[in-house]
Design a protein around this ligand. Structure first.
Ligand code: ADP
Length: 488
């Protein structure tokens, strides 16, 4: 527990339990809870997307006025409920025209063309919500490009309430920056003087994340390694110089895991609960998984799982390049994911061709848990990975990760070392087909030939703990620095 209790406004475009496309949602559900448990007064705010049923929420009496620059003032509804498993209040900004759609950011036709207005609207509404609730934040915690304008908005348009509020911007993925037509400066309403190459301007367009980096009192990202990487050309997505310039306020804090959700000992979604001292249960999960996917039900074959977006970031191109070679080995592979059509098609065709390969195209929380539980190894050869959660979940399920040494994967996975009885997975460095193929082969061979060491490693991995409380204490230290900068 910290000495000073802070009022924290936590704004995110997705929160697990309500709407999720990736790791941001997991963080937005877990970190506020961990902060609250440390004594802080936290409120969470997100958009009310179409699929969040208003019947399950409480509507607040009055609408919220949101100034949208040249477009005038818009009126948003506000709903609230408790974040599941906590007494923490989460608020939903309701505006049918912007959020009453099937997707969060896109549909089959691609990204929504008004994403700029949608999330500027949300950012402003999140700040207005504080006035509405008479909540005076010490900390405004923004996440990714969607809410990256909040640090400057809080200091300009909404000056009275936020004079003493420090802002923190967390970058969950630098690839997505919120690049839009510059005219949106008129909707943002912070003044065109902020449209310059040190703030919101990039290639004559508005870059919301870039502006957020300039104005946040502290910037964080979700692993130490990624904090270093984003300052380089390879991982900086064009913002490396900008980030270098602000690196004195950049901190890496590794995400934790919500072990209430991701623990084989408590998991209601898997065939049989188990723990490090009852690994027999894992075998039952393996059989159930093989059965579900129509694979041969065999205890004695190495089973590798993959769960994730079919995106270049996730090393999907590398997997596509080596998958046939891998399937020639004595192994079964199951994949769950959705994304790039070429990958869905390629893996789809392969699932008909090879009897040791199975695929589910789509998003399924239950299957994600079942793959974590039933697989022996978990494949995650990302080209870049800010933190990565699946490899950390895998550790708890005794499903040893096979990863590329980048970002959070490098920070969390240590190579198997039989001699020293150490390590928790299999890691390669170069993003090449050879490196991936030989590492998968090494993992499979270890499964068959080093059985005892493999099981010892599973048990070791299962007892590791990536705690949100530790992460929250890291954020507390960053909040203190941000406040010092803001208040002097
Ligand atoms: P990212 O945020 O880059 O997508 P992370 O590893 O940080 O990657 O988090 C991904 C989260 O989304 C994990 O909780 C993972 O289980 C989940 N996930 C990704 N794809 C799917 C899917 N197809 N079905 C179910 N869960 C998925």
């Amino acid at each position: 527990m910290s000495d000073k209790k802070l009022n924290i406004l936590f704004a995110a475009s997705e929160v697990a339990g309500f709407a999720k496309t990736g790791g941001l949602a997991d963080v937005a559900a877990a970190l506020p809870k961990a902060l609250k448990a440390r004594g802080h007064n936290v409120i969470v705010v997100m958009p009310r997307y179409y699929k969040i049923d208003p019947a399950k929420l409480t509507k607040l009496p009055a609408p919220l006025g949101v100034p949208m620059g040249i477009m005038g003032e818009f009126w948003a509804g506000v709903y609230t409920t408790k974040l599941p498993g906590s007494d923490l209040d989460i608020y939903f900004i309701d505006y049918e025209e912007y959020f009453g759609r099937s997707g969060l950011y896109e549909d089959e036709r691609g990204a929504y063309s008004d994403n700029d207005n949608r999330f500027i609207f949300f950012s402003k509404a999140a700040l207005q919500l504080c006035n509405y609730l008479h909540f005076t934040p010490d900390i405004i915690h923004a996440n990714d490009w969607h809410t990256a304008a909040m640090p400057l908005l809080a200091q300009t348009r909404f000056v009275h309430d936020f004079r003493y509020a420090a802002s923190v911007l967390t970058i969950h993925n630098l690839q997505h920056q919120g690049n839009f037509y510059k005219g949106v400066m008129d909707v943002l309403e912070v003044g065109w003087e902020h449209f310059n190459s040190h703030e919101f301007e990039s290639h004559d367009r508005v870059n919301l994340l870039k502006g957020g980096i300039s104005h946040a009192d502290a910037i964080t990202t979700v692993s130490h390694k990624y904090a270093d990487e984003i300052q380089t050309h390879e991982f900086g997505f064009g913002l490396e110089n900008h980030i270098q310039a602000h690196a004195y306020r950049l901190y890496g804090i590794l995400n934790g895991v919500d072990y209430d959700e991701w623990s084989p000992a408590k998991d209601e979604l898997i065939a049989k609960k188990y723990d490090f001292d009852s690994l027999e249960g894992k075998l039952e999960c393996k059989r159930a998984l093989q059965k579900h996917f129509g694979l041969e039900v065999r205890d004695d074959v190495a089973l590798i799982g993959f769960v994730g977006r079919f995106a270049e970031q996730k090393g999907i191109g590398l997997i596509a390049g080596v998958i046939r070679g891998i399937l020639d080995l004595n192994v079964q592979v199951v994949m769950l994911g959705t994304g790039e059509k070429w990958a869905e098609n390629l893996f789809g065709a392969l699932s008909h061709e090879r009897k040791n390969f199975a695929l589910h195209v789509g998003y399924s929380d239950a299957l994600a848990h079942q793959i974590e539980a039933g697989s022996d190894m978990f494949l995650m050869p990302s080209l870049f990975e800010p933190c990565g959660l699946n490899q950390i979940y895998s550790l708890r399920y005794g499903t040893l990760p096979i990863v590329r040494a980048t970002g959070g994967l490098d920070d969390t996975i240590e190579n198997f070392d039989k001699e020293n009885n150490s390590g928790n997975g299999f890691k390669f460095y170069d993003a090449t087909l050879e490196a991936l193929y030989y590492t998968v082969r090494w993992a499979i061979e270890s499964y068959y030939d080093e059985k005892e060491s493999f099981i010892a490693m599973q048990k070791r991995a299962m007892q590791q703990h990536f705690s949100w409380d530790d992460a929250a204490s890291g954020y507390e230290a960053v909040y203190a620095k941000a406040l010092e900068r803001r208040r002097g």
